[in-house]
Design a protein around this ligand. Sequence first.
Ligand code: B1M
Length: 209
Amino acid sequence: MSDINEIQEALIAGDGEKLIELVEAALKEGTEASEILSEGLILGMDIVGEKMKNSDMFIPEVLMAAHAMRSAVEILQPLLGEDGDASRGKVLIGTVKGDLHDIGKNLVTMMLESAGLEVTDLGVDVAPDVFLESIKKDKPDVLALSALLTTTMPMMKETVDAISESGIRDQIKIIVGGAPVTQSFAEEIGADGYAADAGSASQMAKEYC
Ligand code: B1M
């Protein structure tokens, strides 16, 4: 059986080709897609984060790991879906202004779509007024905000405030997530919910739709 450690190593090395090979082999051998994602890819990315913090890895190498992760996630995506209940609630999602991290957000998007929800993904570095315009135009049930940097967390509050000031706060549920975000931060900024991972984000969004 392909070793989960080998998957982590290929991810950390940013070796996309090897990573895809290993992921495909693991699937063939019967390893669950969810295990490959959580034990191989997400834990591997945590190691990348540690190395980045300790200056053992630098931005270009981290980007290579991120690209490798994206290609591996694409393989897993069709296998990770929950049973869609075709409720077709609408979710708007984006990473807040100043923040370019999108791997976690993309995983959340993937889980939301697999749960049968209609998702509009505004991408990264999304300013409060861009979220606001999109809410007015598309009238989603839920807004999901992602932030990976402590320095961009305040932008979540600015986004919530902009929505409140525009008078449409009661028309939408706002949920927040990302590594530095916490339940108490979510409460402090007036969000409706905090989701620690993609699975709970999708669960929460379904409840609000
Ligand atoms: Co960045 N970076 N980075 N980085 N990066 C972190 C976040 C960091 C913790 C690394 C470290 O120092 N240990 C650190 C932040 C420190 C802090 O603020 N406390 C950091 C830094 C400092 C930076 C730069 C400032 C570095 C620099 O330039 N000197 C810079 C900032 C750029 C910017 O955004 N303006 C930067 C840049 C980058 C890259 C571009 C190189 C790359 C991003 C590539 C990309 O996303 N396309 C990158 C990466 C890859 C990371 C790490 C290594 C991995 C992040 C990741 O993808 N994790 C990260 C270290 C780490 O987190 N361990 C780090 C895997 C992903 C599946 O997890 O995103 O947490 P995550 O998502 C989870 C949950 O958080 C949750 O669900 C997901 C899946 O379960 N979730 C949500 C996420 N969003 C959600 C939204 C929801 C709900 C749940 O809505 C409701």
